[in-house]
Design a protein. Structure first.
Length: 155
């Protein structure tokens, strides 16, 4: 397993993973709204001061995704953290979360938010283990019914 920065060349495979997991949980992909950020990863994440990474398996296939989407100089959003089913339960989600928290701090963010669906029980349990707490400031995504936030320590 390898975790690396995503490029726009990865976009079709990133969409495949994200939309596959959404379908698995009976959640709707929003191609023209909330998921439009997956068309140009470099512009919508990297050029804005965030990042997007992919998990690559031993067959060189993208099997997981995660992004940090800046809202302003202080707050970033954890987005699109998905793993295909065969790659869950192996500690990869924890590795992704550790990486994103470290990157968020290194990029100078002080506050991380995320939106999720109550259908993603295991993900919510992980967020809570990391100290995320419910917030009312979100969700804004139609498929999400919960939102969490975490104040980040200094780098």
């Amino acid at each position: 397993m390898e975790i690396r920065a995503a490029t726009n060349q990865d976009a079709p495979d990133i969409r495949r993973v994200v939309f596959s997991v959404l379908t698995e949980y009976d959640l709707t992909a929003e191609h023209e709204t909330i998921d439009i950020d997956l068309r140009d990863i470099e512009r919508d994440y990297c050029a804005r001061g965030g990042c997007f990474e992919v998990v690559i398996d031993e067959n060189d296939k993208i099997v997981g995704t995660v992004g940090l989407y800046p809202h302003d100089h202080r707050t970033c959003e954890l987005r699109k953290m998905y793993l295909l089913p065969a790659n869950r339960g192996k500690g990869i989600g924890k590795k992704l979360m550790d990486r994103m928290l470290a990157k968020a701090k290194a990029l100078g963010f002080q506050h991380m938010v995320l939106e999720t669906s109550s259908k993603l029980v295991d993900a919510i349990a992980m967020y809570r283990r990391y100290g995320f707490t419910p917030t009312q400031d979100f969700p804004t995504c139609p498929r999400c019914d919960q939102a969490y936030e975490l104040m980040l320590d200094s780098p």
